[in-house]
Write a protein that binds this ligand. Structure first.
Ligand code: ATP
Ligand code: MG
Length: 619
């Protein structure tokens, strides 16, 4: 047994060994991607339980995402060759819930799910008639702000929302809380707060817990927020058997209240802490390590790190310029086929992107081509968007298949100065509108309505994608969107992103019904895919955020264009640095091959290569 254990240490480098075999007391491991932080953490758990006689039940390993927690547990199981290990691996979320369940008898269905949260906030916002440009992202932003207020324990009356008027936010917040109470549910922030208060007030529970979890290890510590940290500190108690590992360059949750300073100031809170720095990257080829290093060194607020690559030289990092997003999807399909023909598994390939609006076109193509893939996040349902509803109303009207409300919906998009009253009085039809204006003697409307009718006739003869171009340019829908955005002080770009995704999804379909049927089937397939939990041999599609902590032999980065990466909403230096860290996280997931794709045009507009490309390419 002993010899086996010793052999298991052989592949550790000296710094890693120091961290793994560290005795009692606080320990801080700070290091770049691929340097074995998670590896050392799992090795240390093995060391403690198998060589130091620590009871597995007294070891608690925490991280932030379920995927990361699962991956760690998996690695640990392999390491000790047993299915059941007794060690607790989990997310902060799951752990806090367990404490509350034990203390107050909470049940899983008493914690509100993300869907329910969105539904609550949407309902309140709808009542307020805030038809803002992108309702979905408004809801999301309001939810993150609610989380922030709760986490920071901010005083609501002194909090000024960035997503909507302050007064309105407070109302939404209160309504959300009422909704929670009515449902008799709590949310994650409540859980965190309740845990914190429970441990603060009940010394007996606090001591029992820190007795039980005598060893605490936290991965991805740069993502921790204040309250989580306070809870961890209370659990660690006087023993201070707390190991934290993290990388300040990979902190990408500041918008959710993560405070990477906590990691950087750890030694102030724990003067006895030992610090280990790991600086050899075992994951990636030197080409990938160097390229990513050139990028991240542009950030000003960071700990400088020297990282060398342990692996032999491999393929160069390639930047691939594609003429259009369609060409990009075709390229990916060819390359994936090529890799698989060469013996690669589908699940050794990952395609990563900045926002969950991006993978739609690719996912649809993969679906059509029967290439197995898995998407971590749900795609936003574009058919639900009001822009899609506008376009469909036009298309139905043009084909005499109008549904009630269609004409009313688009008759002034763009503005044709048609009074709603006309519809009320004469019914919802073009003929009715004509009658109304004839009666009222406003003859100049005749020409305008004639033009409208002519446009609809022409539309009726077009394929969906052609029709959308016509609506945008000839009918003037683009101008309407610009004006819409201006009046509401929202970003027109955001609306055009959505419009263009809708347009792209229509490409190649001969009829509206064929296009809609495909959309429905595709959405259903996506939902089924993202709900499934067991892993299959499938190409991995996910956002940069979701990829943290994971690694893949081949990584493709999608749409690396200005406006997307860095995202156009990032303007301040801090935000730009966060975007750079996000891109850095994405690049450093690759083991053997990293290919970065950019488009020359996106839909009908010229697209600029991301500034990050210049940064990693320049020496
Ligand atoms: P990230 O910051 O991305 O989470 P990390 O620092 O946690 O990265 P790991 O995922 O632990 O890095 O390690 C990266 C890869 O290197 C893993 O495949 C791991 O098994 C391997 N590795 C780590 N240390 C060694 C070592 N001493 N010898 C061989 N392989 C190693
Ligand atoms: Mg890791």
């Amino acid at each position: 047994r002993k010899n086996l254990a010793a052999a298991k240490h052989d592949n550790l480098n000296p710094a890693q060994r120091e961290a793994v075999t560290h005795g009692e007391g606080p320990l801080l491991v700070i290091a770049g991607p691929g340097s074995g932080k998670t590896f050392v953490l799992t090795q240390r758990v093995r060391f403690l339980t198998e060589e130091r006689g620590v009871a597995p039940q007294s070891v608690l390993v925490l991280t932030f995402s379920r995927a990361a927690a699962r991956e760690m547990e998996e690695r640990y199981r392999k390491l000790c060759g047993r299915e059941r290990t007794g060690v607790s691996f989990g997310t902060f979320h799951a752990f806090f819930f367990r404490i509350l369940r034990t203390a107050y008898g909470y049940q899983a269905d008493q914690v509100i799910g993300e869907e329910e949260q969105r539904a609550l906030v949407s309902a309140v916002l709808r009542q307020k008639k805030t038809e803002s440009g992108d309702f979905r992202s408004l809801v999301q932003n309001v939810l993150s702000e609610i989380a922030l207020v709760k986490e920071e324990r901010a005083e609501l009356s002194h909090y000024y929302s960035v997503s909507c008027p302050a007064e309105q936010f407070r109302e939404v917040y209160r309504a959300y809380e009422r909704g929670l109470a009515e449902l008799r549910k709590i949310d994650y922030e409540d859980m965190l707060r309740m845990c914190y208060e429970l441990l603060k007030e009940r010394a007996d529970i606090r001591e029992a817990l820190s007795e039980r979890y005598a060893w605490i290890l936290v991965d991805e510590f740069q993502d921790i927020n204040r309250l989580q940290y306070e809870v961890v500190r209370m659990l660690a108690g006087k023993r201070e058997n707390l190991m934290i590992v993290g990388d300040d360059d990979q902190s990408i949750y500041r918008f959710r209240g993560a405070a990477p300073e906590i990691m950087l100031h750890f030694e102030r809170d724990y003067p006895k802490a030992s610090r280990v720095v790991l600086n050899i990257n075992y994951r990636s080829t030197p080409e990938i390590v160097k390229t990513a290093g050139r990028l991240i060194q542009r950030n000003k607020t960071r700990f400088p790190k020297e990282i060398t690559a342990a692996r032999p030289s491999g393929k160069p990092v390639n930047t691939v310029v594609c003429p259009t997003p369609h060409a990009e999807a075709d390229y990916l399909i060819r390359e994936i086929r090529e890799l698989v023909r060469g013996g690669a598994r589908y699940d050794s390939i990952a395609v990563l992107y900045r926002t969950n609006l991006q993978p739609r076109l690719l996912a649809r193509r993969l679906y059509q081509e029967n290439i197995p893939f898995r998407m971590r996040e749900m795609l936003p349902d574009l058919n639900e968007h009001w822009i899609a509803r506008d376009l469909l109303a036009y298309l139905r009207l043009a084909r005499d298949r109008a549904e009630p409300g269609d004409l009313l919906r688009i008759m002034n998009r763009p503005n044709r100065y048609i009074r709603r009253e006309a519809v009320r009085m004469e019914g919802e039809s073009l003929a009715g509108l004509r009658r109304h204006y004839e009666k009222s003697g406003e003859h100049w409307m005749d020409e305008r309505l004639g033009k409208f009718a002519g446009e609809l006739r022409r539309l009726g003869r077009m394929r969906p994608s052609e029709a959308i171009v016509y609506i945008r340019t000839e009918i003037g829908y683009d101008n309407f969107l610009k004006q819409y955005a201006e009046e509401r002080e929202i970003e027109a770009e955001e609306l055009f992103d959505i419009l263009e995704e809708i347009e792209a999804s229509a490409e190649g379909f001969p009829t509206v019904s064929a296009w809609q049927a495909d959309g429905t089937a595709f959405s259903a397939a996506c939902k089924a895919r993202s709900k499934r939990t067991e892993a299959g041999d499938e190409v991995q599609l996910m956002t940069y955020h979701a990829s943290k902590g994971l690694e893949f032999p081949t990584v493709f980065l999608l749409d690396v264009n200005e406006g997307i990466v860095p995202h156009r909403k990032a303007n301040s230096r801090e935000e730009l640095e966060e975007e750079r860290r996000m891109f850095y996280v994405a690049m450093t997931r690759a083991r053997d091959e990293l290919r970065i794709l950019t488009c020359k045009t996106r839909f009908h507009r010229k697209a600029e290569e991301s500034r990050f490309v210049r940064e990693y390419e320049s020496h």
